[in-house]
Design a protein around this ligand. Structure first.
Ligand code: HEM
Ligand SMILES: *[C@@H]1O[C@H](CO)[C@@H](O)[C@H](O)[C@H]1NC(C)=O
Ligand SMILES: *[C@@H]1O[C@H](CO)[C@@H](O)[C@H](O)[C@H]1NC(C)=O
Length: 327
């Protein structure tokens, strides 16, 4: 009897623990789905795409900026549209935090998409979801892979300057282990991190971000370094905002040239070149450099995973009327 009793109570403990594991482990994305708005806003995808196409045809770089926006939104308190909020008297937002100030772009495009979406289905679609769709559309327009975007995120009622500044978004001076740790902290693997870094096949960076690398790093191609030094002078402070393409070969095409650059020590950021510098991610960089199909499918899978980070669902948060302001 005592044996039976202790057996059943210990299996009860196991069941309760298992229940907690299921609840905690399943919290991130269970509620997102690709058909979330299929009845409530059937024109959503075409509406978003038309605005993104228009913006990218005017400026190719905008596609890159919209891809990055998802990363910087999702890594700070989840994919909740918080990065879109301007400062208010009740909170200081994320837009002027270190990783974003004078750097993150695309807010006007998101606001424009939102205005169009409100015309076709008012009060239905979150800004957080619009960011996720715009990142996918931009990738496709620039020649990258397509994927089905999971939807159903709601918008935050606040944003956090301090959270955006806390190091959750790793800096470009990062070591490989810091990059791996920061992505791990968001449930993303080293493989996801290497694949997502492949989005540095598009877009631009400022001199102030890569100056230390092109003057001081030793794992850099010397002619590449001197080319970049021409438009990124010393001393620090002069030409800080001068831009250079993250991918020296095809800066506005979404392809796997980023990894080929790394093999040739032509990564623009210190945090790019650490992915191929004799460490644990070298083999993945080699694989993606020679196998664009594997890169494309791993990138798409990692973007879906990144879009699953801590969404607000159910009755949490709100559906903003305008993306730059809480209701
Ligand atoms: C692995 C860690 C990462 C670091 C350290 C990093 C760092 C940076 C930095 C410093 C810039 C240039 C900022 C400036 O000069 O103002 C940049 C640009 C960019 N990043 Fe990352 N990034 C990382 C991961 C990602 C991820 C995961 C994505 C998206 C999936 C992404 C997409 C982009 C894009 C597209 C640009 C160009 C944006 C534009 O031209 O407007 N990055 N990144
Ligand atoms: C953001 O950049 C501006 C320069 O454009 C600067 O004046 C301001 O101090 C920066 N904000 C923060 C918080 O660093
Ligand atoms: C290069 O490294 C030296 C020594 O650490 C430092 O004083 C200098 O500021 C660095 N140069 C740049 C451009 O970062």
């Amino acid at each position: 009897m005592g044996f039976v009793h202790s057996l059943s109570s210990s299996s009860m403990v196991v069941c309760v623990l298992l229940g907690f594991v299921l609840i905690l482990g399943g919290k991130s994305s269970a509620q997102l789905s690709t058909d979330f708005y299929s009845k409530s806003c059937p024109k959503l995808f075409s509406t978003v795409k038309s605005v993104v196409e228009d913006a990218v045809s005017k400026e190719r770089r905008m596609g890159a900026s919209l891809v990055r926006l998802l990363f910087h939104d999702c890594f700070v308190n989840g994919c909740d549209g918080s990065i879109l909020l301007e400062d208010t008297s009740s909170f200081r937002g994320e837009q002027t935090a270190g990783p974003n100030n004078n750097s993150v772009r695309g807010f006007n495009v998101i606001n424009k998409i939102k205005a169009k979406v409100e015309q076709v289905c008012p009060g239905i679609v979150s800004c957080a979801d619009i960011v996720a769709i715009a990142a996918r559309d931009s990738t496709v327009i620039l020649g990258g892979p397509n994927w089905n975007v999971k939807l159903g995120r709601r918008d935050s009622k606040t944003a956090s300057f301090s959270a955006a500044n806390s190091g959750v978004i790793p800096p470009p001076t990062s070591t490989l282990s810091n990059l791996i740790n920061r992505f791990q902290a968001k449930g993303l693997s080293a493989k996801d991190m290497v694949a997502l870094s492949g989005s540095h096949t598009i877009g631009q960076a400022r001199c102030v971000i890569f100056r230390a690398r092109i003057y001081n790093d030793t794992n850099i191609d010397s002619s590449f370094a001197s080319t970049r030094q021409k438009n990124c002078p010393l001393p620090t402070g002069s030409g800080d905002n001068n831009l250079a393409p993250l991918d020296v070969q095809t800066p506005t095409a979404f392809d796997n040239d980023y990894y080929k650059n790394l093999l040739n020590q032509k990564g623009l950021l210190h945090s790019d070149q650490v992915l191929f510098n004799g460490g644990s991610t070298d083999s993945l960089v080699r694989k993606y450099s020679s196998n664009p199909k594997t890169f494309n499918s791993d990138f798409a899978a990692a973007m879906i995973k990144m879009g699953d980070i801590d969404p607000l669902t159910g009755s949490k948060g709100e559906i903003r009327k305008k993306c730059n302001k809480v209701n």
